[in-house]
Design a protein. Sequence first.
Length: 140
Amino acid sequence: MNPYTIFADIVAGRAPSSKVYEDDDVLAFMDIRPMTPGHLLVVPKVAARSLAELDPELGGKLFRVGQRLAAALRTSEVGCDGVNFFLADGVTAGQEVFHVHLHVIPRTPGDGFGLRGRPTSPRREDLDYLAASIRGALGD
């Protein structure tokens, strides 16, 4: 794994960022290409290209910090009505920087941001089949 990404440089202080939160494990900063005003990124300080490489405890911490940031966004000057979390894992999912990162995206009515797609209506038998396959892959 190549640990040298822009996020690794930000964590190391070699690249600028507008920090919002930092502790021993994670760093949160303003996204330089925000979907909405106040868009934040939460990154682990250890390099992990994908969720498979990320310690589950640290993954949980990303979301706990994201939850705190969501509350702060609501009471800050951003003043959002809602918050989306987004985490892309892999090229097909839209991951562009290969250092795990959680987007915390503030939402307001009419902000123009949203998930676009066409939901399907699978048969219950198909849902049950896939559920069984996924349960089997869990190995529990």
